[in-house]
Structures are given as C-alpha cells and as structure tokens.
Design a protein around this ligand. Structure first.
Ligand code: AMP
Ligand code: MG
Length: 487
C-alpha cells in the first residue's frame, strides 16, 4: 500500500502481491505530447479523484502512466484464452497495464488500468499502441452501457499521446484509462491452470472470491460456489446485452470477466434492425459471435472456466467433472429467467405475470420484427405509444398488418404500462453511424460531435427535443456496417 505524491491517489498493488506469477512489473511508455481528450468527471469523483486536478499537467501524467504514485507497482497481467475457439496458452496485456487498485467512495476496490500504454513482454507482434478512434469508441460505448444500467468496465479518460500509430493508415495515438472491479478473466484461470501450479490456481480463485463473490467463501464448496456465481453473473449480463441489442463482437475467453462486467469494447456495436444473424466484426467471418449466438458462446466460455477450475472442485476427477457439469447445466435456465424477466419489463407487463408465459408472445414479436426489418430500439419506444392508445406508429413499421394487429390485441389485453416501458427501453443508444461520425471528427481534432453523442447516450431513457437525430436509425446510404478488432 502506498500514499501518492498526487493529491488523493492511493494505489494498492494487491493483484501484483497476491498473484506475482501472473504479473510482470512494467512501466508505460511516456507520451511526447499528452493531451486530455475526454474525462468522465462523475466517475473521477466517485473514485475519490479530483477532476480539476486530473486535468492538470500532473493529473494527465497519471492518466497515461508517466507519473506513478509513490509505492504503486504497475504490472502487465498474464492470461491465456480461447480466441475464436482456439486455445492460446499465453496472451496477457500486450499493450495494457494495471496501475493498481484504489478504493472508491463506496469502499469498493477498483482497478485503474491503461490501454495503449506501449509494448510489454506480452506484446508478441503488436506495437503496444492504440489509436484515438478505438479508445474513444470504448469510452462512448462503455459510458452508454453504464447509463443503460448494464454492468461494465468504465472509461475514466482518453488522452491523445501525440504519437502516430500505423494501422491501414497513420492515425493519432491515445491511451485509455479504464476502471474495472477487476481485470480477472476466464483466461486468467486458463493461464493459472495451464501452468500446472494448483496452489496458484487456488490463490487466484481465493482472490476472485474475496473481490467479487465473497458469499462463496461461506459455502461448503467455495470453488463450486465461485463457478456458480460467475455463471449467474454472466447469464444475467448476456441477457442484458440481448435485451438492448448489444453485440460484443469478440467474446473470446480472455474478454469475459469473472466479475460479470462487460469488458474490451473492440469491434462491438448495437444492432439496428432485429436479426439474430447480425455480425459487425470484420474478422468474425463464421458468425461465431453473432448477436443470436451470444448466450451459446457465453455458456461455452463458462465451460472453459469450469475446466480450468476442475482441480479445485473435487480431489476425485470424476466427481469434479460431475460438479462442473451440474453447475454448467444451470446456465440456460438462469439466462432464460433473466431474459424473460427483462422482456416482461420491456413489454410493460405486470411483475405478477409469470415471466415464462411472456416468452411465446415475445418470440412471436421478434419473428415479426425480423421479417419486417424493424429497428429494435425504436420499436419498443413506439410500442409504448401503442400502450397509450395510438397503435398507428407501431403498425406503420409492419407489412403484415393482420399479424401485428393480432399480436397487439393479445399484448394490450395483458395491461401494459407505457411509463414503465419508457423507463427500461432506451431512446438513445450509440448508433453505429453516429459513433463513426463522432470518431472520425475526433480523429481530425473536432470533439464536438463526440460530446453531443455522449450527452445523448449518458441519459438514454429520457426523450429530449432537439436530439431527434440521436434516436433515428442510420440513413440508408450508411450501408453495411463493419467494425475492426485489435486497433
Ligand atoms: P483483444 O482481442 O483486443 O482483447 O486482444 C487480444 C490480445 O492481443 C491481448 O493479449 C492484447 O494485449 C493483444 N493486443 C491487441 N492489440 C495489441 C497491440 N496493438 N499491441 C500489443 N498487443 C496487442
Ligand atoms: Mg482483450
């Protein structure tokens, strides 16, 4: 534990101390001309950091890792992972650093982490850098996810480095300062397991229990309880993604947290017209991480976590496998329960209605949305208008009027509450054309479109006049959208 020279910045090095085998002491590359682009002031305040100080030269130096609070021990973390189904025994932070942990205003331990801070021993062929556009994408989308109430890592700041990054073209470089309840991933457990060191695996599991799932420590089988808790957290998280139309894009096991927070906003994007086959990522050619596949992939990833944990679940291997299997069997019902409760709320239906009875009705609706290419986000707002008595705006979105009229009649008979719907169905999401517009402008030096987009998505449920273009679908000439990974 250390006391910083910077006002109020005290960083612990708990991960580095407790799991030294998974941490390589490292320092950030010092940017030539650091310039703060965006700062999440409410988040800074919640972390006990003074936003005004973070904007000073000294504060910005902390945000890029050039100034390390006295006693802090920045590390690159080791992890493994399945990338598109293929196991890679050593990935790790190739361009990222854990600066340390801090205690936020609510007394919770949070990681302060940098992305784009230079090559580390895990960099392999990479340059260790990040460009302004992708770091601002993570900033905007994680801000939107947080405002939507979806568990997520947070973006504290993006700082332009003054360095040029070579991608398909030359781009301005940036460092993202990220905050997370931890950076433990399924891939962290795969790494520990692959070392063959069961003591390390146990320490990692104990660390995860203490930080994220402390109730598991009270269980008779703490490691089975840890697995169950991660399964429950991920089932609930992925259900939230599905209900809002979020597509992560690269659900490799190194991008799935133990905390249940969304992490690593690379080729992510929000779906517009409802279609389970939607894929935006340029490298996901098989559609492994398509919108509709996300629950299946989450379950698959959790099976990799269970495999990694086997030596801790039971000393008898057969019994360990049986315990892992019954935990994993609980993922589908947990996911389905979270999804149906969420869908009941989206449809404005009463809490005392059995959520499973909503599923056939919701499935029928989704089929109609898909066949008429209806915009997923705006549909649920227009449906609230129908709940208030005017079904015309909703009907206009469909060609099969007999089918939607029949559906609307059965739904209205259940007594939907329009105001409740507007509290859970967002008006503003970071739509792809708006994100691209904001990132292109910011890359060219104009931050205004980004600021306006942030203002819209930071308050997603409250419709405001003047923000109509932030609620509208992409213009037809926006075309087929593609996102890129590892940038
Ligand atoms: P991701 O798909 O972004 O989660 O990254 C997968 C792996 O590639 C991680 O080990 C990253 O640290 C590493 N990586 C991605 N981009 C770079 C880069 N530009 N330089 C070094 N390592 C990178
Ligand atoms: Mg990653």
């Amino acid at each position: 534990m250390s006391i910083a020279s910077s006002p109020g910045v005290i960083l612990d090095d708990r991960f580095a101390r407790e799991l030294a085998e998974m941490a390589v002491a490292w320092r950030a590359e010092e940017p030539s001309e650091p310039r703060l682009l965006v700062l999440d002031e409410p988040l800074a305040a919640a972390l006990g950091l003074d936003p005004a100080w973070l904007r000073t030269r000294e504060g910005v130096r902390l945000l890029v890792g050039a100034e390390v609070p006295e006693g802090a021990s920045p590390v690159a973390q080791a992890y493994a992972g399945h990338q598109f189904g293929r196991f890679v025994p050593l990935l790790g932070d190739g361009r990222a650093l854990l600066l340390g942990e801090l205690v936020d205003a609510d007394g919770r331990l949070r990681d302060l982490h940098l992305k784009g801070s230079g090559r580390t021993p895990f960099a392999r062929g990479g340059d260790g850098l990040a460009a302004v556009g992708p770091m601002l994408r993570e900033y905007v989308v994680s801000r939107a996810m947080h405002a939507l109430g979806i568990p997520t890592t947070r973006s504290l700041a993006v700082v332009a480095t003054g360095r040029t990054v070579r991608r398909e073209t030359l781009l301005p470089g940036a460092v993202l300062a990220r905050v997370a309840s931890s950076h433990l991933r399924v891939g962290s457990f795969q790494y520990a397991r692959a070392t063959g060191d069961v003591d390390l695996l146990r320490r990692l599991a104990d660390h995860a229990i203490a930080r994220h799932h402390p109730a598991a420590a009270e269980s008779e089988q703490p490691y089975v309880a840890l697995l169950d808790a991660v399964i429950a957290a991920q089932a609930s998280l992925v259900a939230r993604w599905m209900l809002v139309g979020f597509i992560h894009g690269v659900m490799n096991t190194d991008n799935m947290t133990i905390s249940g927070e969304t992490i690593d906003y690379g080729p992510c994007a929000f779906m517009e017209t409802f279609d389970p086959a939607t894929v935006f990522s340029s490298i996901d050619q098989g559609g492994r991480y398509a919108y509709g596949n996300q629950p299946v992939v989450a379950h698959w990833n959790l099976a990799r976590l269970a495999e990694a944990l086997l030596p801790l679940l039971h000393e008898d291997q057969e019994q360990a496998v049986a315990l892992a299997g019954s935990s994993l069997d609980r993922f589908p019902p947990r996911y389905n329960a979270a999804w149906s409760v969420g869908m009941r709320a989206k449809l404005g239906l009463p809490d005392d209605l059995d959520p499973t009875s909503v599923v056939p009705l919701a499935d029928e609706l989704l089929t109609l949305l898909q066949s008429d290419h209806v915009d997923h986000t705006s549909f649920f707002r227009v449906l609230a208008v129908a709940a208030r008595g005017d079904a015309e705006p909703a009907r206009r979105l469909f060609s099969d009027l007999a089918a939607i009229d029949d559906w609307l009649a059965r739904w209205r008979a259940l007594g939907p509450d329009a105001d409740a719907m507007d509290r859970v169905n967002p008006v503003y999401i970071p739509r792809n054309h708006l994100v691209e517009e904001a990132l292109a402008a910011a890359t060219g030096g104009d931050l205004e479109p980004l600021e306006r987009l942030l203002a819209a998505v930071a308050d997603p449920y409250h419709e405001r006049t003047g923000l109509e273009r932030y609620a509208a679908a992409a213009p037809p000439d926006f075309g087929a959208y593609q996102t890129f990974c590892g940038t």
